[in-house]
Design a protein around this ligand. Sequence first.
Ligand code: AMP
Length: 585
Amino acid sequence: MNTFEQLGVSQPIHQAIKEMGFENPMPVQQEVIPYLLGDNNDIVALAQTGTGKTAAFGLPIVQKTNVTNRYPQSLILAPTRELCLQIAKDISQYAKYINGLNVVAVYGGASIETQIRSIKRGVHIVVATPGRLIDLMQRKAVSLKTVSNVVLDEADEMLNMGFTDSINTILKEVPKERNMLLFSATMSREIASIAKDYLNNPKEITIGRKNESTSTVEHIAYTVQAKDKYATLKRIVDFHPTIYSIIFCRTRRETQEIADKLTKDGYDADCLHGELSQAQRDSVMQKFRMKHLQLLVATDVAARGLDVDHLSHIINYSLPEDTESYTHRSGRTGRAGRSGVSIAICNLREKGKLRSIERIIGREFKHQEVPTGTAICENQLLHIIDKIQHVEINHEEIEHIIPLAYEKLAELSKEELIQRVVSLQFNNLLDYYRNNNEVETAKDNGRNAGQSKRKGRNPEAGYSRLFISVGKNDKFNPGCLLDLMNNNTNQRIDLGRIDIMRNFSFFEVEDDKAQFTVDLLNNKRWNGNKMTVEFAESKGPTSDNSARRKKRKPSRAERGYTAARGPKRNKKNKRKRNFESAGSR
Ligand code: AMP
């Protein structure tokens, strides 16, 4: 392994990074630094956060800066204000012993005039979010004609955030002769396309395997029912008394809700999402960095650029919409060689998603049972004992009160004293776990679990369940069913539950229109294929004779769609799903 000196890092920079604790170059730095110190060298680097990529591009950029020319020589684009600030701060630290090197971070949500003034004072390295940079370019406050190094950091995130056009506009303004470096955690089609359009014969560097997760991160999944998600989160947190974690949610609302619940339940938690003002976000981040908060509940976008190194866990309260974001989330733990854990709380339906995440990260989830109350209490007890064993005793400060304590507690035996200390810490927790059922892992009863469940599914009273021989694989969805009915009759028919399976589907219609619907649709063509439509009970796996005979009142869940799918929960929806009015959908 080469040292920083052997990679060509100059003495003043070496001195500065030594003070930052950098002893040996990290793998990405080994590869990138010598290459970027040359001219007209382009790189595509697949590297996660935490691999040392900022120094990989930052050190050569600082070293190549000609301080006497007070115009922009390097441009670094990053997706968020926080990341810009972090990069600018890191670069300033690398340049600690280089007099007069100016780095400016420009980003939205802050005064553009102040930023313009900083640029006018003379800047060598511009760290920018794409939107704000375009704004500055349009105001002619900055010119990129002198730039000879361009870095796109977290390029995949910039594209995810809709910056593709801005990036194209910016890159067109940069001279053709330059070093260009594109960092991304994952290699998507869009990234490949940017690389193809703007990079010249780039060197490809992959730190770890392509799209692989940081090797020091362990991935754990808890599969539970939706109603048990919060209880599972609580148990995970209680099971790890020293947890320091970001909890990822999918929406702002969910983020706020979970943070509120955690706070109400006595945890040091707060939330970070886009509806907060910049001042509120700064304050939350500051508290989290200083570990005044143990748990930060955040959306993906809000947490970007939040640079915290010692996270013990990442918790996916909801799996990300886009499976690749999982790598970004989990890459926030296990940084700089430390170990970390990324936890997914998911439901049975998300099995497929877990598998595609496994393909992307190149490793498997360990499926675990949710910690039991007993296991949690044991862990907490061990933690308290550990704290008691290691607490620092400030003899002088407590000297005067100790005799009083001895006197008051004199009658207690050692055993009683220990019992009381433990109870003092524990009673709430013990009460909670005594009064709450364990969280069961949701079980999948084999491949056909969904089908066999459907076998016993009763249609709503007054409705019949029909089978139709088209499904998801035929691109069939509830809207298609409505269209199909609309196109074949003018009669008003109320539809009940619709279950779209992979190769076929089921739907419910009013009893007295069931035979009519079968006659209407059976043997009709859909997308060119002839369909079979018949009573579901005549299909072996879905037969439901007894249910149809008894017509028991179905549960709420059995009656409607789930909320996310547009439930048949109120009259308004029911009317919408009536195919007479379906045209107005
Ligand atoms: P980054 O991937 O740039 O966010 O870096 C992750 C962490 O690794 C940061 O806290 C850096 O300060 C630290 N780091 C970067 N390079 C080195 C190095 N060569 N030795 C030790 N720590 C480093």
